[in-house]
Design a protein around this ligand. Structure first.
Ligand SMILES: [Zn+2]
Length: 216
């Protein structure tokens, strides 16, 4: 089982992927997390990546591809769900050359829902804990449950910026999704409720994968 997952920011990609990981025998590989961790741990890869990020540049395809290839080797090139990759058609071609993808899971969420969800997010200034007024509100508004720190809204989570993030996602991922359409089954999961139950959504994705005999 070799899956890709695509969805706009706020679609719950990371959350769904880790739940799917718990339910079926796949490893959730989030390339964004891999890079962040490498930077934090100051590894050789981390330093290379940091160089690009500091300059505000995209990490080049060659470097991303190599990192993903090495990571996939650790899985035996099987039983994974890739999140955050491929980001470009060049990366898609590379992936397609090294492994056969079984399905693409596409989270279909309206812009209104994304804006409602992301703009409900609050982060603790002190410890970084993330809350969401819709899913896990703090016990006391504006105050962190963990450390009593002040909660604030990231600049990124303000509606105007969210709209830009959605546009960027669409422009960038559309060609990649298009690349895989017709080559592999696309499993679309529609979400039309901002506070839709995560369990139900995950259940519905797994049901669809079963129906297509992609998982047993
Ligand atoms: Zn806190």
């Amino acid at each position: 089982m070799r899956f890709l997952i695509f969805g706009p920011p706020g679609s719950g990609k990371g959350t769904y992927s880790s739940r799917i990981e718990d339910r079926i025998n796949v490893e959730h590989i989030a390339t964004g997390d891999m890079f962040r961790e490498a930077v934090k741990k100051d590894t050789e890869l981390g330093n290379k990546v940091k160089g690009y990020l500091d300059k505000g540049e995209l990490v080049p395809d060659d470097l991303v591809n190599e990192v993903v290839r090495e990571r996939l080797k650790e899985t035996g090139m099987d039983n994974f769900i890739l999140d955050g990759y491929p980001r470009t058609v060049e990366q898609a071609e590379f992936l397609d050359d090294i492994v056969n993808i079984d399905a693409l899971i596409l989270l279909d969420v309206t812009d209104e829902i994304i804006i409602e969800r992301l703009s409900s997010r609050r982060i603790c200034r002190e410890c970084g804990e993330v809350f969401n007024k819709l899913f896990n509100p703090p016990e006391e508004e504006g105050v962190c449950d963990e450390c009593d720190g002040e909660l604030y809204q990231r600049e990124d989570d303000k509606p105007k910026v969210i709209k830009d993030r959605i546009d960027t996602y669409e422009n960038r991922s559309e060609p990649v999704i298009h690349y895989f359409e017709g080559k592999v089954p696309v499993v679309v999961n529609k979400c039309r409720k901002a506070d839709a139950s995560i369990e139900k959504m995950v259940e519905s994705i797994i049901e669809q994968l079963k129906k297509r005999e992609l998982v047993s």
